[in-house]
Design a binder for this molecule. Structure first.
Ligand code: DGT
Ligand code: CA
Ligand code: CA
Ligand code: ZN
Length: 576
């Protein structure tokens, strides 16, 4: 059902209008939003059946609001909302990124303290002016301060997940140009780092003095749709900035230097420095043009031959952080990293039972088309009221639906199984919000912290460990609580959590959406012999494909197939 989303958008429009002190209109939008939120019928169905006239029958919805709903149902966007956001006296886009600040609070800050943007807000915090405001208080001021610090850290960096589709589109575009013999993204994007400062592209052509081809490539780059500013345009390098503020560099090299250049520009800087030191020791010189001995170029065309000449195996880009990978490459003992095609299932997805977008059947069908052997349904549990979390009774009801679907797969000869899991809430004292008797009926139990984030480190650590000590628990989801780009970690002694996971044989999740378990912690867990599971945390069927981003982070943590729980076949999972 799209009803909630539509209501949300209308509500937002109302709030922006309210901020701008426009009379009557805000209430109209908000009333329409409430009516749609309370509607029994699916608004999309209504629109499909009766068109815009049908929408106008909803209480509070006139022609103008109906048009906006239509636009949203068709395109997923409402232009009007974008426009009023832009014309607002306040940088709401920026301020609403601060956790805890909704339009109402922002309006108050603006009216009483003249806060228009993040900078004003920081000033008000410095002057300690927020806490005394009605409805704010010390705790709120502290929360705002923490959130701003978090935003400041991440400022200017982009999430890998958000830029990969664009990067792939651009590579496709250049692949089609005749004369391009090799191309790749380099830098942190190639290393699949979870956040990206800028994107570095590399293209090789046969002859870099071919003025016509050089011009064509550079022109294509600076005139892409997404370009808002050309920062520089030359024959070997051009730089642009895109509409959303992302910078991109394109470097052009000759075919014979591509390997050396891609090695150099992939980095990381620390990896390169260590590698160059080894080259020097062996009497070579290594730079972005090639590997040289006495000014004579020995290698340069491929990365593989450069690593080989230096006496080591080629190192996967995700590992190039100078964390011991060079030593392993010299000993020819590099791990064989897990790949997306090794993944046999997913233990973390949500269905319409807990407010997700799609039914168990729809999710399962998508999982089958992804080539999975199984899918674990991990809907939220009762403490998460806003998510319509399941209580004991609904868990047992859900089991019936899953059993029927599994039977239908058997009848059709489809080799696939739906597992009933659950994303059980860890309560404040470390107990679980579903009784053991019901948990025993599940195929597996995964647990998460979703509330009371602000407790001391010792208390939080004890809380999580207590949950892991329940013998029914198999997986700890998003162990640090972070949502990359949105929310920081809760305070927790992750070493102690690792020890408890090891002791109780609980797998730790690498969450594709949150990227909350850093690659160093994953690597440590692997070394301790703890299993990891890569979970998409999909709330609809499309997001099941986000598994790839979890796999990238797993690779950055040096994980091999055998370290990953959901790279195991159904029979090897050891379920009943
Ligand atoms: P980013 O953009 O902050 O996400 O991170 P990177 O790794 O993409 O860094 P960037 O764009 O500054 O440079 C791309 C690569 O070029 C980098 O990973 C390694 C190489 N590189 C850049 N500057 C230096 C340097 O001063 N020394 C060495 N050895 N390599 C460098
Ligand atoms: Ca970069
Ligand atoms: Ca760069
Ligand atoms: Zn979840």
């Amino acid at each position: 059902m799209k009803n909630q989303e539509v209501a949300q958008i209308l509500f937002e429009i109302g709030e922006f209008l309210e901020l701008q002190e426009i009379p009557f209109k805000p209430q109209a939008y908000q009333q329409a939003a409430i009516a749609i939120d309370n509607m029994e019928e699916d608004i999309l169905d209504l629109y499909k059946k009766e068109g815009i006239k049908g929408l106008e029958k909803i209480s509070g919805v006139g022609k103008s609001i109906a048009e906006k709903i239509e636009e949203f149902l068709k395109t997923g966007k409402v232009k009007y909302l974008k426009e009023i956001k832009k014309s607002s006296p306040i940088d709401l886009e920026e301020l609403t990124k601060v956790e805890g600040l909704g339009v109402k609070r922002i309006k108050k800050l603006w009216k009483e303290l003249g806060v228009r943007n993040l900078k004003d807000l920081e000033k008000a915090l410095d002057d300690h002016k927020i806490a005394p405001l009605f409805g704010f208080g010390e705790k709120m001021e502290q929360n705002i301060l923490e959130s701003i610090q978090f935003l400041r850290q991440g400022r200017g960096r982009f999430l890998l997940r958000e830029i990969i589709p664009e990067v792939e589109r651009i590579l496709e575009k250049f692949k089609k140009i005749k004369g391009v013999v090799n191309l790749s993204v380099a830098g942190s994007t190639r290393r699949r780092k979870e956040t990206i400062g800028d994107v570095d592209f590399l293209i090789a052509i046969k002859d870099t003095t071919d003025k016509y081809l050089v011009e064509k490539i550079m022109n294509t780059f600076v005139s892409m749709d997404e370009v808002i500013k050309i920062v520089g345009k030359g024959e070997t390098k051009s730089s642009i900035r895109t509409k959303n503020g992302l910078s991109m560099d394109l470097r052009l090299v000759s075919e014979g230097s591509f390997g050396a250049a891609i090695q150099y520009f992939t980095g990381s800087k620390d990896h390169n420095i260590a590698l160059r030191r080894i080259a020097i020791k062996q009497g070579y010189k290594l730079n972005e043009y090639g590997l040289f001995r006495n000014e004579r170029k020995i290698k340069g065309e491929t990365e593989e031959e450069i690593y080989e000449k230096l006496g080591m195996n080629w190192i996967p880009p995700e590992m190039r952080e100078n964390q011991g990978e060079i030593e392993l490459a010299i000993q020819k003992k590099l791990p064989i990293l897990v790949e997306l095609k090794d993944i046999k299932g997913d233990f973390h997805c949500h269905t319409s039972w807990d407010g997700g977008e799609h039914s168990i059947k729809e999710i399962a069908e998508r999982a089958i088309s992804l080539g999975y052997e199984y899918i674990g349904i991990a809907d939220h549990t009762q403490s998460l009221k806003i998510e319509n979390g399941l209580d004991e009774k609904r868990i047992l009801e859900q089991r019936k639906e899953i059993d029927l679907l599994n039977k239908s797969f058997i009848d059709k000869g489809i080799d696939f199984k739906i597992l009933q899991g659950s994303e059980v809430d860890i309560l404040k004292d470390g107990s679980l919000d579903i009784n053991d008797k019901t948990l025993e009926t599940l195929d597996y139990v995964s647990v998460s912290i979703h509330s009371n984030f602000k407790m001391g480190k010792r208390e939080m650590t004890k809380r999580i460990i207590k949950a892991l000590e329940n013998p029914l628990v198999k997986i700890l989801n998003h162990p640090t609580g972070m949502i990359l780009g949105k929310r920081g970690e809760y305070e927790v002694d992750i070493q102690e959590v690792l020890k408890a996971a090891k002791k109780n044989n609980v797998a730790l999740e690498m969450n594709s959406y949150r990227s909350d378990l850093g690659y160093q912690t994953a690597k440590l867990a692997k070394e301790m012999g703890i299993k990891l599971t890569i979970g998409s945390d999909a709330h609809n069927k499309k997001e099941l494909a986000d598994m790839q981003f979890g796999v990238y982070q797993a690779r950055r943590g040096w994980l091999e197939k055998k370290d990953v729980l959901n790279a195991l076949s159904l029979n090897d999972l050891g379920l009943r």
